[in-house]
Design a binder for this molecule. Structure first.
Ligand code: SF4
Length: 395
């Protein structure tokens, strides 16, 4: 197990956001922000709310990327919009499809950086695993992304844009005039913020993007079908309930501080006790909205019967479910997956203690799309992170 000395800094959360030069990309702007920029660019204030509704529907309900197609707007207004704004989402650079149907996309964003996005089809749902950072602020030892230094946060447009990119690939946009879901069952029905990056170290952009995804006049995904996974950024946990309202998952993975300090280094900043206290206070937790404790099964590291008993003891009183994740190996990984009978014995102890403890079926292993296997080639080059974020208009 590697000793990590990477500082767990705060500065990411305080970077002000400024929009780039040239035509503004409206993808990722909240309704209020869109209204503001329309008025700034000449839309009469009295009409602005209606224009926001109309544009919103074209972009987020019907997946239109060309103002000229927005036929309920006047030709002159459409032309004016096209002068001043663009409707851009990340570019799909590559797509790999696993034997089990899982799709892994490589998406290119501003500055030429790349992030990985994974679509997991199942009989009763289709889940998109999206990224919130290029690389990651943190260095969890079992995670491939953790070996990729943080390059920058994604903007709200680049986060919700991953959902739009996948819907394009799944050809899931209703025809203009059609309501969401009228064109058949939703292929992309769930979102998990479990891709590259720590979402709570990019709170504002993640919040705005998920608000857009939940908006009933657009992509219209229920908040209960969106799960944000955090490694334990305690100060931001309650805000997730208050400002996003989605489901919460925690990268827990260990039952002692000694082990969790190594597996999930943020534990040295907010240890198990502090994290559990925050989860006991989580405003949205209830028996119908349980917090998911993610637990990667690492051979001879955190998979003993004693660990299982300690785990159920620690989370007592928290409405919870436990997801056991057989470790998915990646080149150079310092861990091995627990033996299957060990995983089943662990699950049995947890189950007998009254917790649903499904063992997550590894998906997309043949294309390195399974949990913890994501990493893009983008490395933080010579440029400082401020320079890189300036490229994306966050500098
Ligand atoms: S598990 Fe999450 S927080 Fe930890 S290194 Fe990987 S992406 Fe970052």
């Amino acid at each position: 197990m590697t000793e990590t000395t990477a500082p767990i800094t705060q500065d990411v959360m305080t970077i002000p956001r400024k929009l780039p030069e040239g035509p503004m990309n409206i993808v990722g702007l909240t309704r209020d922000k869109l209204r503001e920029v329309l008025i700034e660019n000449g839309t009469p204030e009295k009409q602005a709310k209606m224009r926001v509704n109309q544009i919103w529907q074209w972009v987020y309900q019907w997946g239109v990327r060309d103002f000229a197609e927005m036929t309920n707007l006047s030709k002159a207004y459409r032309a004016d919009l096209a002068e001043r704004f663009v409707i851009e989402i990340p570019e799909m650079v590559s797509k790999q499809v696993s034997a089990d149907g899982t799709r892994k996309y490589l998406a290119r964003i501003a500055g030429g950086h790349e992030v990985e996005v994974v679509y997991i089809p199942e009989s009763d749902r289709g889940t998109l695993c999206i990224s919130s950072q290029v690389g990651c602020t943190l260095t969890c030892s079992f995670c491939h992304t953790g070996t990729q230094k943080l390059v920058r946060n994604l903007t709200a447009g680049e986060i919700v844009g991953q959902v739009m990119m996948a819907r394009d690939d799944l050809d899931e946009w209703p025809e203009p005039g059609q309501g969401t879901g009228e064109n058949g069952p939703r292929l992309l029905s769930n979102i998990v913020l479990m891709g590259m990056g720590e979402p709570l170290y990019n709170f504002e952009n993640v919040r705005d993007a998920m608000k857009i995804a939940m908006d009933g006049e657009g992509i219209s995904l229920s908040r209960r079908r969106i799960t944000l996974s955090t490694s334990g950024v305690v100060p931001e946990i309650a805000k997730t309930a208050q400002e996003i309202g989605c489901m919460l998952a925690v990268s827990f993975h260990a039952t002692t501080d000694e082990v969790r300090d190594k597996l999930v280094p943020i534990n040295r900043k907010w240890n198990i006790e502090t994290l559990l206290d925050a989860l006991r206070e989580y405003p949205k937790a209830s028996n119908s909205e349980r917090i998911t404790f993610e637990y990667v099964m690492l051979k001879d590291v955190n998979d003993s019967d004693e660990d299982a008993r300690r785990l159920v003891q620690l989370i007592k009183g928290i409405p919870a479910k436990i997801n056991l994740i057989p470790f998915n190996e990646w080149p150079g990984a310092p861990h091995q997956r627990s033996d299957w009978d060990r995983i089943e014995a662990f699950a049995d102890i947890v189950y007998k203690a009254g917790y649903a403890s499904p063992i997550r079926t590894p998906r997309g292993e043949d294309i390195m799309a399974a949990c913890g296997q994501l990493k893009s080639a983008t490395e933080r080059a010579r440029k400082s992170r401020r320079e890189v974020e300036a490229e994306a208009g966050m500098g």
